[in-house]
Design a binder for this molecule. Structure first.
Ligand SMILES: NC(=O)c1ccc[n+]([C@@H]2O[C@H](COP(=O)([O-])OP(=O)(O)OC[C@H]3O[C@@H](n4cnc5c(N)ncnc54)[C@H](O)[C@@H]3O)[C@@H](O)[C@H]2O)c1
Length: 270
């Protein structure tokens, strides 16, 4: 069902790799709600993934940019402004990667070169994107910027490693930049803390299948799917949430407020 919530709005969506990506679902939903979008990912991901298919379905250009590279981000924003013929209303940061997690390096033995990469790709990239948008005065008033986070920013989860630190930093960057962007340009900045979701990045975390089952058993409403996350993103890009900013918003079926559910208790007592 479409409500035309984003009619006349223009946005950039980072991180659609394949059909299971959360960003893929957000792009489809944003287009269905009447938005004009630009898709972006790294050149390598664009070669590996299927983003051209999404671009065709959403009638959107794809512009390559490494979200850790300021020059590439500047070129992306310039090209997007030119394509739209005006400023930007919303941005989705759906970017994350940890070489330590990928290589199953335990947290107490972190490789620090990899750790730098984790923080740069998964958290500092959010600052870099916002710095470029800010310096170019590229956002429209009452625009909305959203990044995707996970509860490991607040609580430890086995296997999540240094991504937990990256998510804590990501949420902090949203608050710090949100204060500046709100005051000066009336732009809001939030993070959505999403349920575990079976995507390429998600399934790269050791024990993800068990985590999905555990979270499903713990959450009163069940795990939030990628499609449901997309729905929530749309509300945050729409004019219906104009005074929501600097928040980390849980979208997890209630998982973050549960101590122990009956279903999880039954799983453990088997
Ligand atoms: N899947 C989950 O369980 C889950 C839960 C909560 C939050 N999240 C977050 O959602 C976001 C999207 O992940 P996803 O689960 O859809 O997986 P995904 O693998 O589909 O998306 C991750 C994306 O990050 C992109 N990326 C990596 N390095 C990049 C760089 N240097 N520059 C630009 N893009 C880069 C990848 O190409 C990919 O498109 C991530 O921030 C992830 O941490 C995921």
């Amino acid at each position: 069902m479409s409500y035309n919530l984003l009619k006349g709005k223009r946005g950039i969506i980072f991180g659609a790799l394949n059909e299971s990506s959360i960003a893929w679902k957000v792009a489809e939903r944003a287009a269905a709600e009447g938005a004009e979008i630009v898709l972006t990912n790294t050149a390598v991901a664009m070669r590996m993934g299927e983003i051209e298919r999404l671009a065709e379905a959403c009638n959107a250009p794809v512009i390559a940019a490494d979200a850790t590279n300021i020059e590439e981000l500047e070129a992306l924003i310039d090209k997007s402004l030119e394509h739209f013929g005006g400023k930007i209303d919303f941005v989705l940061h759906s970017v994350g990667m940890s070489p330590n997690v990928r290589k199953s390096i335990p947290y107490q033995q972190l490789n620090y070169t990899f750790f730098d990469k984790t923080l740069d790709i998964s958290a500092l990239s959010f600052h870099k994107i916002m710095q470029v948008l800010y310096n170019k005065q590229a956002m429209n008033e009452w625009g909305s910027i959203v990044a995707l986070s996970y509860l490991a920013a607040q609580r430890t989860f086995v296997g999540y490693g240094d991504m937990a630190d990256a998510k804590a930093l990501l949420e902090s960057v949203a608050r710090s930049f949100g204060a500046i962007f709100g005051k000066e340009y009336k732009v809001r900045v939030n993070t959505i803390s999403q349920s575990p979701t079976p995507t390429t990045a998600g399934m790269g975390v050791a024990g993800m299948s068990e985590m999905l089952n555990f979270a499903e058993a713990m959450s009163p409403l069940g795990n939030a799917t990628a499609e449901e996350c997309a729905d929530y993103c749309i509300t945050l890009f729409s004019d219906l949430t104009r005074k929501v900013t600097m928040q980390n918003l849980y979208h997890d079926g209630g998982f973050s407020s549960i101590g122990l559910s009956e279903e999880a208790f039954n799983l453990l007592s088997k």
